[in-house]
Design a protein around this ligand. Structure first.
Ligand SMILES: NC(=O)c1ccc[n+]([C@@H]2O[C@H](COP(=O)([O-])OP(=O)(O)OC[C@H]3O[C@@H](n4cnc5c(N)ncnc54)[C@H](O)[C@@H]3O)[C@@H](O)[C@H]2O)c1
Length: 389
């Protein structure tokens, strides 16, 4: 068995490394040539991922070969696709990257090969789009090859341990695909569960994301109410939470490739079917979470006004611009959105983030500052405003 992993990003590379570490030959295909070169030289391009350095050093360029060319995966018989699926400005899924990956896999697909999609996708994308792209490019029919879906459930920073311990599900677009995919995947995923279909496996991942988004929105709403009432939210939350109540933590909103994206997959699908009432809560949760930057911007401005300086002269530092602490990713970062919102208000905004150096920050069109040099610091992860004056 030789496995191709398509997309060596924060999700794909740890998976490729774990498969290689289970004793299989792995070809990692990624359009980023520089990344491929690093991996083949045993250098981990995602240093913040615990345990990955060791695996890349051990397998990179040996039984894990990274390449930008799909042709190098011709002799593979298992293809795992884990490239990003983003949403456009209207929150509709943008399938271009996924289609490109699948069509390229289709070109090298052979009889009896297995393709497993891991990217989180809108409902039924595996049994409709993925199947069609593969069939069109390969000239084969489902049945000649196997097709399944298994959602990636890692969390950046903890991916290796998650892949080794966390329950993972897999489901086929038909029964044979499910069984075959399960048999192969359990050779490197210890805690694997076969579900009845790819559609169910897709839905599992989507509802998990929706649960998180809605519950974070609830925490954000309760946090605002608590502040209005002069109640310490964190103290109340500590005692409110028990076996049946798990109030999440408030934030500046929800960022990254995952949670803010997945509810839209269900919202858009239901809207297409004119089932608008089915997704009211999901929509409101998105609005609440995205609106948190306005709440924090207002709070920061009010604090700035207490400083004995013209408002536009107050040096504001937003400490933390990534979407999550310790993960070098700005996609849909609400912390970055907050910094930009304050800049739009013509305030003197600087940023600091332990994941970026001054040069990188400036390349983003932002001003860098050490927090102790600012007049006011908003810690975007701790949600704390501190004055230095
Ligand atoms: N990162 C996570 O924590 C996480 C968690 C759960 C699920 N996921 C899923 O994994 C998907 C990928 O996320 P990620 O964090 O790895 O993204 P990423 O941006 O870190 O990496 C994506 C990789 O795909 C490569 N790529 C892009 N187009 C390609 C193509 N046509 N062919 C081959 N390679 C291509 C890019 O060069 C990049 O290396 C997400 O869309 C999501 O569905 C991610």
């Amino acid at each position: 068995m030789k496995v191709a992993v398509i997309g060596l990003g924060k999700a794909g590379l740890p998976l490729a490394a774990v498969i290689a570490d289970s004793g299989f030959e792995v070809v990692g295909v990624d359009i980023d040539e520089r990344k491929c070169e690093m991996i083949n030289n045993g250098i981990n391009p995602i240093p913040e991922e615990a345990g990955l350095d060791e695996l890349i050093k051990k397998h990179g360029g040996k039984n894990l070969i990274a390449t930008p060319s799909y042709e190098d995966a011709t002799d593979c018989n298992v293809f795992v696709v884990i490239v990003p699926l983003l949403i456009d400005e209207d929150h509709n899924p943008d399938f271009r990257i996924l289609e490109d990956a699948f069509r390229n896999v289709g070109k090298v697909l052979k009889k009896r090969d297995l393709v497993v999609l891991e990217t989180t996708v809108p409902p039924m994308a595996t049994e409709t789009l993925a199947k069609r792209w593969l069939e069109e490019e390969s000239g084969l029919k489902l049945g000649d090859f196997y097709l399944a879906y298994s959602p990636e459930r890692i969390m950046t920073g903890y991916s290796i341990s998650r892949l080794k311990k966390f329950p993972k599900v897999i489901g086929g677009v038909n029964e044979e695909s499910g069984t075959r995919a399960f048999e192969i995947y359990r050779k490197f995923i210890p805690n694997l569960h076969l579900v009845s279909s790819a559609r169910v496996a897709e839905f599992i991942k989507l509802i998990e994301g929706c649960y998180r988004d809605v519950n974070i929105a609830l925490a954000n709403e309760l946090f605002k109410i608590a502040n209005e009432l002069g109640v310490d939210f964190y103290e109340a939350r500590e005692y409110a939470n028990h076996e049946y109540c798990h109030i999440h933590l408030p934030s500046t909103g929800v960022g990254g490739h995952c949670i803010p994206v997945y509810p839209w997959f269900l919202i858009k699908e239901m809207e297409k079917r004119e089932k608008f009432n089915y997704v009211r809560l999901l929509r409101v949760a998105r609005e609440i979470n995205d609106g948190m930057v306005n709440y924090w911007a207002e709070k920061i401005v009010l604090e700035c006004m207490k400083i004995d300086k013209p408002l536009n002269d107050v040096k504001i530092c937003i400490k933390g611009i990534t979407f999550r602490k310790g993960v070098k990713e700005l996609y849909h970062s609400r912390n970055l959105a907050l910094a930009k919102l304050l800049m739009e208000k013509r305030l003197n905004v600087f940023v600091y983030d332990e994941m970026f150096n001054k040069e990188e920050i400036e390349k983003l069109g932002l001003k860098w500052i050490e927090p102790n040099e600012a007049d006011l610091v908003f810690d975007a992860f701790e949600l704390k405003i501190a004055w230095n004056v």
